[in-house]
Design a protein around this ligand. Sequence first.
Ligand code: 2P0
Length: 331
Amino acid sequence: MTKAIAKQPVIVQAPANIALIKYWGKRTGCGNLNLPATGSLSITLSDLLTTTKVELDQSLQADAISLNGIAVDEKRIHRFLDHVRSLTGEVMPYCRIESSNNFPTAAGLASSASGYAALAMAASKAYGLSLDRTQLSGLARIGSGSAARSMFGGFVLMHRGIRDDGSDAFAEPLLDATAWPLEVVIAIVTTKAKAHSSTVGMNHTMATSPYYAQWIEHNEARLVQAKKAVLEKDFECLGALSEASALQMHASAMAAEPGVLYWQGATMECMHRIRQLRGEGVPVFFTIDAGPQVKAVTLPGHASKVRDALADISGIEALEQTTLGAGARVL
Ligand code: 2P0
């Protein structure tokens, strides 16, 4: 065993992120590298956090994992930890992991993004790997595509990459959170875990949706425009691109056979209400991920007006408010 492995537990806190230009589909023929079919652009949220503790334990016969206090035995997590251990080039002990989210898990609130970002940083450090943030982003991507973006704060650009070994498929920071401190109001329609995971939903869309090819084709151009809009702080332009990306992602999923439906009635009501607010002069746009929750993005100083408007909609279980924040960090 190397001297560098952690003798003490390593604790990492990682934020969720939401994509404004979405990732929905994987490159094919790249094994287990989990390479995205398109690039994406996200904002890192300051208040939706996963905290993960990793501790190596020589006495374990397998990794012992708990999520929100409940033991879990997920192949995907075991595979990810095997991958981290393989990077050391040595035989390593199993580990004990305790992870918790301060927000609903697997409900379209990016818990796999914050979860795998936290795990990538904590496990790699616990096993004595010394990876820079770009390498950590690539490692987190292997766990979950969106997790690559949670390594960084503020506005983040995820590269699709073209290499088959995935070495150019990582995220990088685009603009600091403090440079354009947008606010986000999240309308939680249900805290229940979704019926189809994002992975299943996107793979099914790829395999059966007649609109999938168009979705991919339009996304790259939108990404270039969105990057410019962020750098120029053009809220109206970013909003139009973000709503188009979200709606086209869902349209491609709905067109799969059978269609993948993440929305509830209140999801639709929120979208109408947000557009109505915009018509009344409030700077706000929406985005929706693989779940029924609606995220309303607004300029500083307008969040309470947005929150009040969404609170009136029946079928909303709760409202969360957050600003943009920093990427994953060791505590
Ligand atoms: C995104 N989503 O860009 C898109 C929009 C959900 C909708 O990335 O299979 O959990 O683990 O790589 O990262 C959610 O997909 O999928 C996601 P995997 P992931 O945020």
